[in-house]
Design a binder for this molecule. Structure first.
Ligand code: GLN
Length: 284
């Protein structure tokens, strides 16, 4: 049989041979062994139970041979420290989106100082933005989330339930299910990959295209949202977008057409790429 260390070394070798992500081995080993990282290292030289060994290499095989994302093999991902279920009906939450959460929370503090606000997440997918914001500001934010995909909303609803928060989920396209409502904060990480851009097979083959592609220029959904946002926002309001790294200028330009008096600014992500644009409306 094999120790954890021998299994991990073997897995790393297989991954390297395929030129895939080395971090996959450790994630899958932790998952299938049900060990915490510290316990894994304490048990490093110990014999692995056969069942764990077999499950681990079966899981690894799905990643290496079938090109299934590790997060879908495990069935969850940690986002902002919270465990979110994922499957092939939702975009896998990305690190950059955690940074959107941080910035929305900071802007909330700056502009709304612990006041009660209504927030909407448009195109919520797994629910990671809506649910995390509700977790972090449970007493101050009433959170609504929309998605066109009923299957995505099923996942988001399960996530809200597992994480013990109340979020209202509405099915429908962009702002359509929100007509007649008024929000203080709109957040959105809409599909933003330009239609003809090449994406890695592991993304293209496993994540829902409805969550990935944002029309010819990747800006389709920002335009749709900005065109109608005024109808669902209060006079004092914030719009927070995640977007493609090369879209800040165009997006700012579009936003300033609809919101000529707003404060509009872009923030870089940890990779130093323009990733988030904010539109702050304060009535004079
Ligand atoms: N950031 C994702 C990617 O590059 C795209 C997410 C989106 O379109 N909202 O795969």
């Amino acid at each position: 049989m094999s120790s954890y260390k021998t299994a991990l070394d073997k897995a790393n070798k297989l991954i390297r041979k395929k030129g895939k992500e080395i971090s996959a081995a450790r994630l899958l080993l932790l998952h299938f062994s049900c060990l915490l990282p510290t316990d894994l290292y304490l048990n490093y030289e110990k014999e692995m139970p056969e069942e764990v060994y077999n499950n681990f290499f079966e899981g690894l095989n799905l990643y290496l041979e079938d090109n299934i994302p590790v997060q879908q093999i495990m069935g969850y991902v940690y986002f902002y420290g919270y465990k979110f279920i994922v499957n092939n009906q939702v975009l896998i939450p990305r690190f950059e989106t955690e940074e959107l959460v941080v910035n929305v929370l900071m802007l909330y503090d700056e502009y709304f100082q612990s006041q009660k606000v209504d927030l909407v997440d448009v195109g919520t997918g797994s629910g990671c933005l809506a649910i995390t914001l509700k977790k972090e500001e449970a007493n101050n934010m009433t959170v609504t989330a929309t998605d066109i995909s009923a299957n995505a909303l099923d996942v988001a609803k399960d996530n809200a339930k597992n994480l013990g928060v109340e979020v209202e989920f509405l099915q429908g396209d962009m702002l359509k299910p929100l007509q007649g409502r008024r929000f203080d904060i709109l957040v959105s990480n809409p599909p933003y990959i330009p239609k003809n851009e090449k994406v890695d097979n592991i993304i293209y083959d496993n994540e829902p295209h409805v969550a990935l592609f944002g029309g010819q220029d990747g800006l389709r959904f920002y335009k749709e949202i900005l065109e109608n946002a005024k109808t669902i926002l209060k006079p004092k309001s914030i719009i927070a977008f995640e977007h493609g790294y090369d879209k800040a200028n165009e997006l700012q330009e579009i936003a300033s057409r609809y919101y000529p008096d707003a404060k509009i600014f872009t923030i870089k992500d940890m990779q130093k790429l323009d990733r988030m644009t904010f539109i702050v409306n304060e009535p004079k």
